[in-house]
Design a protein around this ligand. Sequence first.
Ligand SMILES: Nc1ncnc2c1ncn2[C@@H]1O[C@H](COP(=O)(O)OP(=O)(O)O)[C@@H](O)[C@H]1O
Ligand SMILES: [Mg+2]
Length: 280
Amino acid sequence: MASKAPQATTATRGNGRGKERLRFENVTKRYPPRSGGSGHVLAVEGVDFAIADGEVVSLIGPSGCGKSTLLHMASGLDGVSEGRVFVDGEPVTGPNPHVAFMLQKDLLLPWRTIRENVEFGQEIRHIGAASRRERSLALLAKYHLADFAENYPHELSGGMRQRAALARTMALGPDVLLLDEPFSALDAQTKMVLQNDLARTLREDRKTALLITHDLVEAVALSDRVLVMSRRPGRIIREMIIDLPCADNPLGRQHHPHTGDFVRELMGLLDIGHVELATA
Ligand SMILES: Nc1ncnc2c1ncn2[C@@H]1O[C@H](COP(=O)(O)OP(=O)(O)O)[C@@H](O)[C@H]1O
Ligand SMILES: [Mg+2]
């Protein structure tokens, strides 16, 4: 078992930004042995942090340290072994319509058009056809997909599909977004466009977000705070406040003279080694 690592302190207070949206309270997760295996997997241990309303926080850490596990517990798709997770002060016991989850894979249903995919969640909640349609078309316009509403997923590029997934994620007007490496499968140029769309949405609509990424520049460009996790069992070993301007403009932030310093420090914490970074 890992030694006790220091826990973030300001994170525990939600960074003092007002109403708390999401809180992990001393959360530990143990998975039962996989079939044929022996011994439990201690995925995360004693994770303790909170995110305030309108805050965007990135979670970074080595592969397998339990980042996705934390998001699954926040979404209510999986339970904790110890500790508690709260959304808006209520313990999470199952999926919550105010919390949306977006993954690297777009998971669009191939037999539905893009519009029908965006409407899927609203359909399940029995929202009427006319308002569903109005909402989905407005979202598709917002994400530059108005001309593709009646196309099927296979007719779209990877970047467009992920934009459609973003529209679907926003369709029920969630307050909290859980984003698990949403752009990691995209090429660099497409990724930049989507980062920009996401940042604008998060800031204009004042969403609260917990974003997992392996891209340290992305973490700095999009976030108010970055939480760094240790190797498994994952614990929060460091909190970094990203006090840069232009949170709604990731491209601008990437060019900010201090971005490189943040990224270098994160690389050091992840033990990635030192290389000169060109951020301009
Ligand atoms: N459903 C599961 N059953 C058993 N072990 C799991 C399960 N999901 C994840 N794990 C294990 O828990 C650890 C953390 O996984 P994960 O949260 O996916 O890490 P990350 O997202 O940081 O790469 C890994 O060792 C992984 O193999
Ligand atoms: Mg993962």
